[in-house]
Design a protein around this ligand. Structure first.
Ligand code: CA
Ligand code: CA
Ligand code: CA
Length: 202
């Protein structure tokens, strides 16, 4: 027969074990990021493909929802959520600041401070001179309120083939992506999609 003291010791041990296991494996909390700045849920389309800064403050994602910003349209756009302030801003903005005229996807954010976001888009109004009718890579500077074409040809203009799947360095200076274009560099004659890395001033 076990004494009451031994039974108590075993019970305390079991309780400590389960508390420790819960602390080690437990999820502390889950919150929904794809909401508008007042916390209302997204309506009218799916929100997908998140990318996050290293400290977790900023999350970018694509969404076909039309209510995340005022003036939202029904094509997929890129948004950045500040998970501290709970504010949402449009990243795939045209030259006037409104939602772009075509779908955007594949958003990635500069991990260090979240200032830069690279993404692909088939919109034609993100910059003033996109005439190629295919998907391009862009980088948005949120602080500078400016969008630049990353998948530019050697003349600085729209490339002759589609580009997609960007990756951005932690500081936002470099963007890698793949492209079927043949005029991003001087001598691409392999008739195959290649991977490129572009540098942009910070
Ligand atoms: Ca939209
Ligand atoms: Ca284009
Ligand atoms: Ca090639």
């Amino acid at each position: 027969m076990l004494s009451n003291k031994k039974i108590l010791t075993i019970l305390v041990g079991v309780v400590i074990f389960f508390i420790a296991a819960a602390l080690i494996s437990g999820i502390e909390s889950t919150t929904r990021v794809s909401t508008d700045s007042s916390g209302s849920q997204a309506t009218g389309g799916a929100s997908t493909n998140p990318s996050m800064t290293s400290g977790g403050k900023y999350v970018v994602f694509e969404s076909a929802a039309s209510n995340l910003i005022s003036g939202g349209n029904t094509t997929s756009d890129i948004y950045r959520k500040d998970t501290s302030a709970n504010t949402v801003i449009l990243i795939s903005a045209d030259t006037s600041g409104a939602a772009a005229n075509g779908p955007s996807s594949d958003a990635v954010i500069s991990a260090t401070d979240g200032r830069y976001v690279a993404f692909s888009s088939s919109a034609t109004d993100l910059i003033s001179s996109d005439t190629n009718s295919v998907s391009d890579i862009y980088r948005r500077d949120i602080t500078g309120n400016a969008t630049v074409l990353i998948s530019a040809n050697t003349a600085g203009g729209a490339a002759n083939g589609g580009s997609a799947k960007p990756s951005i360095s932690a500081d936002g200076r470099y963007v890698a992506f793949h492209s079927a274009a043949t005029d991003l560099i001087a001598s691409d004659s392999n008739s195959a999609t290649d991977v490129f890395k572009a540098a942009q001033q910070l």
